[in-house]
Design a protein around this ligand. Structure first.
Ligand SMILES: Cc1cc2nc3c(=O)[nH]c(=O)nc-3n(C[C@H](O)[C@H](O)[C@H](O)COP(=O)(O)OP(=O)(O)OC[C@H]3O[C@@H](n4cnc5c(N)ncnc54)[C@H](O)[C@@H]3O)c2cc1C
Ligand code: SF4
Ligand code: SF4
Length: 499
C-alpha cells in the first residue's frame, strides 16, 4: 500500500490535459501518480484530426511541429461513397470543419506530452499498470487497487476511457446506448501518390450505409485510413477488419492506397452517447474526465480535444481547491470542476450534438438531414429515431485478395501492425454464463472481435478466447447483447506508437 495526494487511472488525452495543467505550476505541492494499462504511454489509438482548441488554450507554448507525423490541415473533403462511385460534397458545414486544426498521430502526441510531463519531475506516469478497481469505503473513493497493491489518495481521477474498469465500476448499472468500434491503419503510400500533407477526407455510406470513414495525410507520404462501425449497424456481421479492407478498396481511396504498405494498425471502442451518457462527473474523493465521462462529440466527430479540455478543467479546479485549502469532496468538486465544464464550449457543443444522429435509425438520408438540422439550429431541431432490431443483410462481403503489403490477413495484421502481446496473469476476457452462449444465435462477440481473439468453439457453445491476440479494444463488452462478457483490466495488447 502507498499513499499519494492524487491517483489517476489511464493516460489518454484527458489525463494528459489534467497533468499538463497541474505541471504549469512550477512548485506543484501535490504528489501525483498516473497508472496506464498499456505497456507504454504512447500506445493509444485515434484518427486523428483535431481543431485542438482546448489543447492550444491550456498549452499555449506547444509547438505541434515538434511532434512526429503532425501537420496542419490543408484540404478538407466530405465524400458520399455510393457503390463504386464517389460524390464530393460541394460544401462542408461549419460545424464539421477542421480548417484551423492539425492531423496528428495520437501515439506520437501522447509520447510527446508524456515526455514533457515526466521531464518536469512533478508527476509520475507508470505504464504497464492496469488498475483493477477503485477502492470505495463508506461511499467515498479512497484510491486505486492495482493488480497487487493499493494506492490511497485524497483525489482519484478517472480517465480510463470508454471501456475502463474504474469508470465502469463507478457507472454501476448505467445503460449506455451508443458505441462504435474505430479501426485504422497507418500506411506508407507509393512514391508517385499526389496527396498533400494535411489532406482530410471524411466519407459516409460505404461499405455499409451506417459506416463512416476517414483518410488523413501525414507528412512524407504517410496516411491514416480508418472506419467507425457503430452499435446501431443492423447487420450482425460486424467484422470491422473485413469492412476496413473493403473500405480501402473503394476506387476513390484505392487510387491513393494501391501499392501502399501497412505500417501500423489499431482498434478501440468509442463511447458515443455524449451528454446522454453523462455519468456523475464527481463524487466523494473522485472526478471523471474524458470520453468515459461523456465528452466525445458525435456531431463534430471530435473526442481528443474535448477529453483533453475536461482534464484541463479538472486541473484548474484542483489547483483552485488546493490553494484555498479545501478538501476534494463532491460539493467542492461540483463547484470547481463541474461548473467550469458546464460553462465551457465542451458542454455547449455537446448539447448541440445530443440528438444530432438519431435520424440515422430511420436511414442514411434521414440521418444526414438530422445532423444538418441539429448543426445549423444549434441542436434545437433534429430528426428523432430509435435503434432498429438486428437483421442479416443479403449481401455477402466478398473475400479480399491479399497483396502481402497492405491487404494482409487479419492474423498478419496482428504481427505487422504493431505486434500484439499478452502480459502475465489470468484471462481478462471471460464469459459470464455458459448457458447464454450456448443459446446465442448471433455470436456477435466472435464476428466483431478486432483481433480474432474470440473464436467459435467446436461445439458451437462457449466461444474460445486467445489472449495472445487481444488488442484490448473492448468491443466484445458492448456487442454482446446479453451482457455476458466480462472485460477486466490487463496489461499487453497492441504495441504501436503510431496510431
Ligand atoms: C479509430 C479512431 C479514430 C478517431 N478519430 C478521432 C479524430 O479524428 N479526432 C478526434 O478528436 N477524436 C477521434 N477519436 C476519438 C478519440 O480518440 C477519443 O475520444 C479520445 O482518445 C478519448 O480520450 P480519453 O483520454 O478520454 O480516453 P482514451 O484515449 O481511451 O484513454 C484512456 C486510457 O486509459 C487506459 N486504461 C483503460 N483502462 C485502464 C485501467 N483499468 N487501468 C489503467 N489504464 C487504463 C487506456 O489504455 C488508455 O490509454 C477516434 C477514435 C478512434 C478509435
Ligand atoms: S458472449 Fe454474448 S455474443 Fe458471445 S456467444 Fe456468449 S452470449 Fe453470444
Ligand atoms: S477480445 Fe480483445 S480484441 Fe476481441 S473484441 Fe474483446 S477486447 Fe477487442
Amino acid at each position: 500500500m502507498m499513499e499519494v495526494d492524487i491517483a489517476c487511472a489511464g493516460f489518454g488525452p484527458a489525463t494528459a490535459g489534467f497533468l499538463t495543467t497541474l505541471t504549469r505550476v512550477a512548485d506543484l505541492p501535490l504528489q501525483v501518480i498516473c497508472y496506464e494499462r498499456a505497456d507504454d504511454i504512447s500506445f493509444g489509438v485515434s484518427g486523428l484530426v483535431t481543431r485542438a482548441r482546448g489543447i492550444r488554450a491550456s498549452w499555449p507554448e506547444l509547438d505541434f511541429s515538434q511532434i512526429p507525423m503532425a501537420t496542419p490541415v490543408t484540404t478538407e473533403k466530405l465524400v458520399w461513397l455510393r457503390g463504386t462511385r464517389a460524390v464530393e460534397l460541394p460544401y462542408i458545414p461549419p460545424f464539421l470543419h477542421k480548417a484551423d486544426g492539425w492531423v496528428l498521430s495520437l501515439g506520437q502526441f501522447l509520447q510527446y506530452a508524456g515526455g514533457q510531463l515526466m521531464g518536469s519531475g512533478l508527476v509520475q506516469i507508470w505504464p504497464g499498470s492496469p488498475v483493477r478497481e477503485a477502492i470505495v469505503e463508506d461511499g467515498r473513493v479512497c484510491g486505486l487497487r492495482l493488480q497487487d497493491w493499493d494506492v490511497r489518495a485524497q483525489l482519484t481521477v478517472v480517465g480510463d476511457g470508454p471501456v475502463g474498469a474504474v469508470g465502469r465500476q463507478l457507472d454501476g448499472k448505467r445503460d449506455l446506448h451508443e458505441w462504435a468500434l474505430g479501426m485504422k491503419m497507418v500506411v506508407d503510400l507509393r512514391d508517385d501518390v499526389e496527396l498533400a500533407a494535411g489532406t482530410v477526407i471524411h466519407t459516409f455510406g460505404y461499405p455499409e450505409p451506417e459506416i463512416f470513414g476517414f483518410l488523413y495525410a501525414h507528412p512524407e507520404r504517410v496516411a491514416t485510413v480508418g472506419i467507425f462501425v457503430p452499435s446501431w449497424l443492423r447487420d450482425p456481421r460486424r467484422s470491422s477488419y473485413r469492412y476496413l479492407q473493403h473500405f480501402m478498396l473503394h476506387p476513390y481511396l484505392w487510387r491513393y492506397l494501391r501499392g501502399g504498405k501497412l505500417r501500423s494498425w489499431g482498434a478501440k471502442s468509442l463511447q458515443e452517447s455524449g451528454r446522454r451518457g453523462d455519468p456523475e462527473l464527481v463524487g466523494e474523493g473522485f472526478a471523471r474526465i474524458g470520453e468515459g465521462s461523456g465528452s466525445t462529440n458525435v456531431l463534430t466527430g471530435s473526442g481528443v480535444d474535448e477529453a483533453w479540455t475536461t482534464g484541463a478543467q479538472l486541473g484548474e479546479a484542483v489547483l483552485e481547491l488546493h490553494r484555498a485549502g479545501k478538501p476534494f469532496t463532491k460539493a467542492k468538486l461540483e463547484a470547481a470542476y463541474v461548473a467550469r465544464r458546464r460553462d465551457s464550449w465542451v458542454e455547449r457543443d455537446a448539447r448541440v450534438a445530443e440528438r444530432a444522429r438519431d435520424g440515422f435509425h430511420r436511414g442514411m438520408i434521414a440521418g444526414l438531414v438530422g445532423m444538418a438540422l441539429a448543426g445549423f439550429t444549434r441542436g434545437k431541431l433534429f430528426i428523432p429515431g430509435r435503434p432498429q432490431p438486428m437483421q442479416r443483410r443479403d449481401r455477402q462481403l466478398a473475400d479480399v485478395p491479399c497483396d502481402g503489403q497492405l491487404l494482409v490477413s487479419h492474423q498478419d495484421a496482428l504481427l505487422m501492425g504493431g505486434k500484439v502481446q499478452a502480459g502475465p496473469g489470468e484471462d481478462h476476457v471471460k464469459f459470464r454464463d455458459p448457458a447464454l452462449c450456448r443459446e446465442c444465435a448471433t455470436k456477435l462477440c466472435v464476428s466483431m472481435c478486432s483481433g480474432q481473439a474470440i473464436a467459435n468453439s467446436h461445439d458451437g457453445g462457449v466461444p474460445a478466447f486467445d489472449r495472445e491476440k487481444c488488442v484490448h479494444c473492448g468491443a466484445c463488452l458492448w456487442n454482446c447483447e446479453q451482457k455476458n462478457v466480462i472485460f477486466a483490466a490487463g496489461t499487453g495488447g497492441l504495441h504501436s506508437s503510431e496510431n
